[in-house]
Design a protein around this ligand. Sequence first.
Ligand code: AMP
Length: 168
Amino acid sequence: MTDWTALIRDVPDYPKPGILFKDITPLLADHAAFTRVVDDLGDGLVFDKVVGIEARGFILAAPVAYRSGAGFVPVRKKGKLPADTYEVSYDLEYGSATIEVHADAFGPGDRVLIVDDVLATGGTARAAVELVRRTGAEVVALSFLMELSFLSGRDRLPGLDVRTLLTV
Ligand code: AMP
């Protein structure tokens, strides 16, 4: 079995100086590694819908949903979803960002798994949790390929089931 963790490429100073970017494209291009992480991201969890956070979250969340017989729901940057939405804004290092979900994306009582590639400061994941809750659905867990533990993103997700396949 391929060591999939070796297929995450560190790109220094991208997208700006001082950031060590975790590039998952070599992993995605390797069938065995991609299959393994998709299998593991939903392992042992019961859910009706999988939320993918734009954009790399889509690539991981959609096959997790397909594999599990669940639906897929995109959480997108403001202005990209065509129908009625809920939105949540959150602070970034510089400025702020707004993400949205379709207001009718979930049914009553839907159990939701949120998937993304990297848990960094946790701001994006926190906002995604608030979006799902605003619709009345329930977040059962958040599953990440990788957690950057030095940024303490978990601290912004108290009381939630936070899973990561790799911690650095
Ligand atoms: P945060 O809101 O700080 O937890 O950032 C999470 C979002 O930014 C995720 O959607 C990640 O894809 C992306 N991200 C943050 N830091 C990195 C990094 N070092 N390498 C790759 N993606 C990152």
